[in-house]
Design a protein around this ligand. Structure first.
Ligand code: PLP
Length: 435
């Protein structure tokens, strides 16, 4: 074990500052447009078509979905005041415009986990109903809200392991459809997320262990029951495809705002990363659509940089942050993951331009500033993206040089991906705002 760490220190100069929990920025030299992937955009278009079939169901089952015409999506907005704050406070010039992708506002589950999580469950529900001759894809799916469907789904179970937000998204949609659902929560999950689920009739099992253990226990329990579908956050292609659909939506939203993305108008995207599924799916889609004109960075807490560690060393899920002496303890509960998804990490090797780490203190500073200046509340994990443009300006210039982007940085758009917050209760909001 010690040998491994000594070898890593010798090979990767960023390991010692990573061990000291300093904010670092790693640039990926393998990034290119060639991707070998067990996946295709055809699967993403299939997601879009299936979610459209479900739009009438979402409108029937969740009244707030009527204003979204049944499509689970969030807006993009420019955040000028936050840009000025970051530039002044960190004495850096952020060239180009700062945009926010407002997934903290995603309807139904209030986080980035809504798209993928809800997609996997509705896909499962659709296939059960079709197999049993209860539904065909030409039908009006609002009927899935009828009692006879709820009774049918009651014979089936769903299980998932989570740090909180995936559990919320799976729990809310599964309970609404009528499934018996169990959420295995890691020690990081916030009490209010567990209570919200219990109030909906979801079984919540709590662990005194981290996310990887909660997933493992959930998987073991589900394997013993043929009626149980396990949502595997570490390996699921359906989740991944569900997250990736966001890229199609972003492209349409940017076009609608006349925002160009091409060689002279680069797009930078900063995504908070836990196990990697949500940022991985989104990045896959964006890279397919924008190729070398999009530059994607994953953001992780200084104590939980599992994706950075896995990608930089090439060890992916074979190394845990504890092995380099980090605690995996962070207030960014959604990002408290010590071991990255193998499936995602390996496939991000040519997609992600880099990963950086961010301290919890920055997340709270950003949370308070966004609330005060932009009047937007986002949970701590969702703020990891804001540190990206600062890190890029300070430490990530290699990326700008590598692509000859310097002359075009004034045309750049920096898309900060917000990932959660609208369901946070007032009591917790006040607690975060006063920290
Ligand atoms: C608020 C928030 N942001 C980001 C993420 C990261 O997603 P993933 O674990 O798929 O990398 C999570 C995961 O739960 C989250 O809750």
């Amino acid at each position: 074990m010690h040998n491994l760490i000594e070898q890593l220190i010798e090979k990767f100069p960023l390991i010692p500052p990573l061990q000291r929990a300093e904010p670092i920025c790693w640039l990926n030299e393998q990034v290119n447009d060639e991707q070998s992937f067990p996946f295709s955009m055809a699967m993403v278009y299939e997601v879009e078509a299936r979610l459209k079939r479900f739009a009438p169901y979402f409108e029937a089952a969740f009244p707030e979905m009527q204003e979204y015409e049944g499509i689970i999506e969030s807006p993009i907005m420019e955040i000028r005041r936050m840009k000025a704050y970051l530039e002044n406070t960190y004495e850096t010039k952020i060239e180009g415009k700062l945009l926010l992708k407002c997934d903290h506002q995603l309807p139904i589950a209030g986080s980035v986990k809504a798209r993928g999580g809800i997609y996997e469950i509705v896909k499962h529900a659709e296939s059960l109903a079709i197999q049993h001759g209860l539904l065909s894809i030409e039908d009006d799916y609002s009927q899935l809200y009828d009692e006879r469907f709820r009774q049918f789904f009651q014979s089936y179970k769903i299980a998932v392991g989570s740090t909180g937000n995936l559990g919320l998204s799976i729990g809310i949609i599964s309970a609404k459809l009528g499934f018996h659902v169990t959420v295995h929560m890691s020690m990081d999950a916030k009490e209010w997320k567990k209570q919200l689920l219990r109030d909906l009739g979801v079984t919540v099992i709590e662990y005194e262990a981290d996310y990887s253990e909660a997933v493992k226990q959930g998987r073991l329990e589900a394997e013993q029951d043929v009626t149980c579908h396990f949502v595997d956050d570490e390996n699921s292609l359906d989740l991944f495809a569900g997250y990736a659909v966001a890229a199609l939506r972003v492209k349409a939203q940017l076009e609608a705002e006349n925002i160009t993305v091409n060689e002279e108008h680069p797009l930078f995207v900063y995504l908070p990363c836990g196990v990697g599924g949500a940022p991985g799916g989104i990045s896959y889609g964006l890279k397919q659509l924008y190729g070398s004109n999009v530059h994607i960075f994953f953001a992780e807490p200084t104590q939980s940089p599992c994706m950075l560690l896995g990608m930089m060393t090439g060890l992916h899920d074979e190394i845990d942050v504890a092995q380099i002496g980090l605690t995996n303890v962070t207030e960014a509960d959604g990002l408290a993951v010590g071991r990255a998804s193998k499936f995602v990490g390996a496939h991000m090797a040519t997609i992600v331009s880099g990963c950086y780490t961010v301290e919890d203190a920055f997340l709270f500073e950003s949370l308070q500033e966004m609330y005060n200046s932009e009047h937007i509340f986002m949970e701590p994990s969702a703020h990891a993206g804001f540190f990206g443009p600062i890190q890029l300006a300070r430490k990530g210039l290699g990326c700008v040089e590598q692509y000859g982007l310097k002359p075009f940085m004034q045309n750049a758009h920096h898309l900060i991906w917000s990932t959660g917050g609208s369901l946070v209760p007032d009591e917790w909001r006040n607690h975060y705002l006063q920290k």
